[in-house]
Design a protein around this ligand. Sequence first.
Ligand code: ADP
Length: 309
Amino acid sequence: MKVGIVGAGMVGSAAGYAIALRGGASEIVLVDKSEALARAQAEDIAHAVPFAHPCQVRSGGYERLEGAAIVILAAGVAQKPGESRLSLLSRNAEVFAQVIEGVQKAAPQAMLLVASNPVDVMTEVALRASGLPAGQVIGSGTILDTARFRWLLGDHLGIAAQSVHAYVLGEHGDSEVLGWASARAGAITVGEFAEQVHAPITEEVRARIDEAVRRAAYRIIEGKGATWYGIGAGLARIVQAVRDDQRAVLSVSVVTPLVEGVEEVALSLPRVVGAGGVLTTLIPDLDPSEAAALRASAEMLKDTALGIR
Ligand code: ADP
């Protein structure tokens, strides 16, 4: 499968690298407004290929995207320290109009995988600009926040993050909602699991995990300017679910007809991802405070998206 990546900065190149290492594509094409950057990233990633799986890694103009099944949209301007994702919006919406036109001239059928922030609103921008069906314009959404949540829960419980089934819902950003009520470890609630291993989830533990998930991006940006490895791996995970028609349940963002009373809004919920993109959306059990928080998140995203239409 051919995968295109527009925006060969830290996130785009980390995605390309993760896809190459996982054997997620037979061809990866990097496009950037800086051709020199795209060329250098492609060459650097290509040098990892002999240690991984056969794959062509190239760079070039939009015409090189012809035949791509998925194009990752990672172009944009970087988040500044302390800047909220939503304040990035107007700058990145302009970039997207131009990028999607270029992509669709070369690869009109390609599924779009949106990574640029604020990712939920950018997913809606991409959907409207592309005219593709909603399930084929997928934002990375909270795939990374969900990974952070599982990692922290696994660490607390002393088990692999892979054995924790918990999702972060709503916005990828400040209003996101950690789905504690639906969180499971093995087949039991995380609360029951925690009691059995004598590591109760006290109010303090819960607050610490919530804060660690919610503030992760800000913390990493403070230390290294931006985040890229986690999201790169998350994007590669989505690509693989599509390529192999895995029907994996992943928290990703798509424009959703109705969420907690809010219509037509892009946000993250657990969704079945396979060859056709998002195939099904699942509504997890929510306690009343989570339902209210998800509604508030959806309303905020809806208002923001309406503001730029
Ligand atoms: P991030 O950390 O989100 O990856 P970067 O600034 O490292 O942010 O990468 C964003 C990339 O998007 C840059 O390499 C930039 O050149 C690219 N870019 C910005 N605008 C456009 C555009 N209109 N077309 C293609 N690439 C673009």
